[in-house]
Structures are given as structure tokens and as C-alpha cells.
Design a protein. Structure first.
Length: 536
């Protein structure tokens, strides 16, 4: 009997069919990780293929694994719903093949709303239906500056209004004279970093550090918009922007295998793609389509422009990541980007608040806040950063650490306004003629006067969704002073002419720049007598 038992155990070990019997639990949209021991000889990054099939009986998800160094292999899975999940591995190496196990996915804990996707055409929402309204910032190299600076950055973010961070995967050369990267993404084939990379051998420690920072952002409720490529290898020494297509594909697959299970990940293919002269539009399309194909969770995907705008109509692009300061300065310009591609538009770079000699970082705090409100009224979203050096030359755009500008408190105020707006988002009401009013027809309106400073306004709304006699609560918003002042008497609207409804009394305004109005329906909007939109 003992001989047969020994033979059976040996057979299971050889065939790799051992079942993990330990009961485990992972919350929905959390990370369930499988750790396996396997071959460390040769080059496991290239020689070994590993994946796993997860199933709850109704849905099956295929996930790629990755080599994490020292003979350790991992597979990470983000369960899309609660319940009992089983898994089985497949590989081209016997020690990693046909490993099996199961776990229970529990309901998500408070604050875990799942990954963000496109909702209502031009907006975003979490997987559980919770609206997501980005107020983002950019800190290119904050994850490459060492523990002390990075931990301070996280403390600053925790108290900031920002719920999205754009950050580079690869380090950039700027700032490395004082803050050299402590880790590199690849092993050096000869000599010492930062050159002579072996692009077939990743440095697992680099990616573990990246995962740590992405996980910390997740725990703060912040989305991590990961920029895969950038043109900021100013001395042309490192070469990460000049890899071959085979090397690019290997990098993308490794990144997805390691990070796609983090629910707060977005993929930004490049920052200022057109300044990377080693890649063509066909290369970018290939990489974008590859990400779309290999990411089992379909995380958001974009590509950011410098001077030349990429064709945002391509199917792999989920939303528009735009750099265009002039467009973001006025809602009437910003709205055209939304109309062109029928996708969410995030002006991730609408110029920055700062004191730089370059014009892309010379906005005052007031101009930054105005640009955010303009993009909001245009049905899009803004993106912040600042270039205000401290005594040691640290700037938020590059290192993070601390915020010094005047705009962040006002952006926190804007975020409160956004969070109180309808779940469907803020949409332009009449893009044909009047784009300083947005909201949801018949229910909710934001009116932004921007660079005008009227002393009063006779409320006039496009007819869609309104009915005769409908009443609204009105509030005056000072976007700079961060105040909301109720108007004493409700507004009552009646039709006027072919296109509009007008209130009986004008609203007194402060006569300052940056004033807005919020109108909220007191009566049921689209009931009997509501007016449909006209075909102009």
C-alpha cells in the first residue's frame, strides 16, 4: 500500500496535477495571486510561457503569468464578480502545467467600486455603476525618485483633490543628476546601467516597485494612468524608446501580465507620441491593438499628443487624452474635440500652472481653474500639473513631493461640484449656438460665465426637456472664492420663441470673473408638456 501511495504522489508531481486545497478568499476586483516554483535556467522571460484559466462555471477568463525572478512564477487574477472560482494553469514546462486550485471571491469592501470604463458615451464610471469624474494630475517620474520623496508624494496626494495620476513606467533623464533612478527596468548585458540593456531580461525588482506604487494609489482611491513610452531620454543614452517591435511586444505582455489585475490601471501608450521619432503610426496602432487583445479586463487605453494629434477614431482608443492649451481655454473650442470622436475627452495637458520660461507651464492659478471649468462645460475633463520649483529645484510635474500652486484647492471645490452633478455626467446643452451652459436637459444646468463678469443674467435655456412653468433652484458659484450662494426665489421658466425658455426675473451676479450658476429642477422635468429638441 505504501509503495502504491508513493508512486501515486510521484505521478502527480511529474504530471504537475497537484491541486491547491487551501481555502482562500479574495474580494471582487481584488487580486488573487498564484505563486509557483519553476525553472530558473536559461532565460525564463523568453523560454517559459505560463497562463491560467479561471472559471466560475458561467464565465471563463484567460490570464497570462510572468516570471518574477529566482525561480518564482506568478499569475494574477482580478475576479469580476463574487462566487466560487476554479483555476488551472497551462505552460510549456511540466513543473508549471496543470496546477489547479479554487477560491471564493467575496463582495467588494467599501471603497472598492471596480475598474473604470466608459459610460454614457462621453463619461466614465466604475464597474459597480458608481460614476467616476476625473480630476487628474501629472507627475512623470515620481515613482523613480527614491523612497523619501515618493512617500512624501503619497502623503500630498492623500490630501489633494486628484483621483487620477499620470506617471511614466520608464524613467526620464531630466532630474536624474540629483535623483538618479534607484532601479532599472532591464538587466544590463554588459557594463553598468544606464546602457547596454538586455531587452530579453526584465528586472523584477523594478516592476515590483512599480506595483507597490500603483497599489498605494489604488488604496488612496486614485487611478494610475501608466505611460508606456515617452521621448524624454534627452541624452539618447537609455534607448527605451528605440526598442524593436519584438521587444516592444515583450514589454507590453510583461506589463499586462504583472499589472492588469490592479483595478486602478489605465494604459497610456505614449506621452507626446509624435516626438518619439523611432516609431510610426503603424507601430502605435500595432501596440494599441495588442494591448486591447491581451488585457483580459479591457482597461482604458489612450495615446497623448505633442503637436500632431493622433487619429483618435481608431477602435483600440477608449478615450481621448489631449494636449491643447488653446482649446481648453474656452468651452466653445474644447467641445469640438468631443464632437469629432464621440468619446470621452480628457485634456490631460491643458498647459500647467507655473513659472517656467516655456509657455506650456506659465498659467496662473486663475487660468488653470478657468481651463478646468471650460473643459467641464464642454462635456470633458481637465488635467493639472504645476512647474513651481522649491528651494531644491523639486517640481510637482517631475518629482511630485509637494503642491505649491493656487489651483489645487479650487480644483477640490470643482470636484465637489462634479460629485453633486447627475450620474450621467455634464453634457453641453446646445452645441449649435450656446456652449456656456451644460448639464442634463430639464433637470440640471451649470452656467459658466468665465472671462465675462456680468452684474446680472436673465436665465435663458434651450428648450430640450423643459415644460411651461417649470421651477428651478438657483445658486451662484464663485469658482475662485469657492463659495455657493443660494438665490432666494426659485426661477420659473416659460417658452419664448422657437428655441428657448426664459425665466421671469434676472439674477443679480457679483460682477467678477469666474462666476458660475447651478440650476436644479424643483419639479419633475420630462413630464407632460416637455419640449423635445428641434432639428436646426
Amino acid at each position: 500500500m505504501r509503495l502504491w501511495r508513493a508512486l501515486a504522489l510521484l505521478l502527480l508531481a511529474v504530471c504537475g496535477a497537484a491541486v491547491q486545497a487551501t481555502e482562500q478568499a479574495t474580494e471582487q476586483w481584488g487580486i488573487h495571486e498564484i505563486e509557483l516554483k519553476g525553472p530558473a535556467d536559461g532565460n525564463p522571460f523568453v523560454d517559459v510561457q505560463l497562463g491560467a484559466r479561471f472559471s466560475d462555471g458561467a464565465q471563463t477568463v484567460e490570464v497570462d503569468g510572468f516570471y518574477d525572478g529566482d525561480g518564482v512564477y506568478r499569475v494574477r487574477f482580478m475576479p469580476p464578480r463574487p462566487g466560487r472560482w476554479t483555476w488551472v494553469t497551462h505552460s510549456n514546462r511540466w513543473p508549471l502545467t496543470n496546477k489547479q486550485g479554487e477560491f471564493t471571491a467575496t463582495p467588494p469592501r467599501p471603497g472598492n467600486h471596480g475598474p473604470v470604463g466608459v459610460r454614457h458615451g462621453h463619461h466614465f464610471g466604475h464597474a459597480d455603476g458608481t460614476p467616476y469624474k476625473p480630476v487628474g494630475t501629472t507627475m512623470y517620474s515620481w515613482g523613480h525618485r527614491g523612497a523619501a520623496l515618493e512617500e512624501q508624494t503619497l502623503k500630498t496626494l492623500a490630501a489633494s483633490p486628484f483621483n487620477k495620476v499620470r506617471m511614466l513606467v520608464f524613467p526620464q533623464t531630466a532630474g536624474t543628476d540629483k535623483h538618479p533612478p534607484p532601479l532599472w527596468p532591464y538587466e544590463a548585458s554588459s557594463g553598468t546601467p544606464p546602457r547596454n540593456w538586455d531587452y530579453a531580461r526584465f528586472n523584477p525588482a523594478f516592476f515590483r516597485h512599480l506595483e507597490q506604487r500603483v497599489g498605494q494609489l489604488r488604496d488612496l482611491g486614485i487611478e494610475a494612468d501608466l505611460i508606456l513610452y515617452h521621448p524624454y531620454d534627452d541624452k539618447h543614452e537609455w534607448g527605451f524608446d528605440s526598442m524593436t517591435r519584438e521587444q516592444d511586444d515583450r514589454y507590453a505582455r510583461y506589463l499586462v501580465a504583472r499589472l492588469a489585475a490592479y483595478r486602478n490601471v489605465w494604459w497610456s501608450l505614449a506621452n507626446e507620441f509624435d516626438f518619439i521619432r523611432t516609431k510610426t503610426d503603424a507601430d502605435w496602432a500595432h501596440l494599441g491593438q495588442l494591448l486591447q487583445r491581451i488585457d483580459p479586463y479591457n482597461h482604458l487605453r489612450s495615446i497623448h499628443n505633442g503637436k500632431r494629434i493622433y487619429n483618435q477614431a481608431e477602435g483600440w482608443i477608449t478615450h481621448v487624452s489631449m494636449q491643447h492649451g488653446m482649446a481648453a481655454a474656452e468651452a466653445s473650442r474644447a467641445v469640438l474635440f468631443r464632437e469629432a470622436w464621440r468619446k470621452p475627452v480628457v485634456f490631460d495637458e491643458l498647459k500647467y500652472e507655473g513659472k517656467h520660461d516655456r509657455r506650456w507651464a506659465q498659467l496662473t492659478g486663475r487660468q488653470m481653474v478657468h481651463a478646468f471649468w471650460s473643459t467641464t462645460i464642454a462635456g470633458g475633463y481637465g488635467g493639472h500639473s504645476e512647474f513651481i520649483p522649491d528651494a531644491d529645484g523639486l517640481i510637482w510635474l517631475a518629482q511630485g513631493v509637494k503642491l505649491r500652486g493656487e489651483s489645487p484647492p479650487r480644483l477640490a471645490f470643482l470636484r465637489q461640484i462634479l460629485d453633486m452633478a447627475p450620474a450621467e455626467g455634464i453634457d453641453p446643452i446646445d452645441t449649435f449656438e450656446d456652449v456656456f451652459i451644460a448639464g442634463q436637459p430639464g433637470r440640471y444646468y451649470l452656467v459658466y460665465f468665465g472671462q465675462q463678469a456680468p452684474a446680472e443674467w436673465l436665465p435663458k435655456l434651450y428648450l430640450t426637456g423643459l415644460r411651461d412653468g417649470q421651477r428651478f433652484k438657483a445658486e451662484v458659484i464663485d469658482t475662485w472664492a469657492m463659495t455657493v450662494t443660494p438665490v432666494k426665489e426659485p426661477l420659473q421658466f416659460s417658452p419664448q420663441g422657437r428655441y428657448h425658455f426664459v425665466a421671469r426675473n434676472a439674477i443679480k451676479l457679483p460682477g467678477r470673473l469666474g462666476i458660475a450658476l447651478r440650476l436644479t429642477a424643483l419639479d419633475t422635468p420630462a413630464g407632460s408638456g416637455a419640449r423635445p429638441a428641434l432639428d436646426d
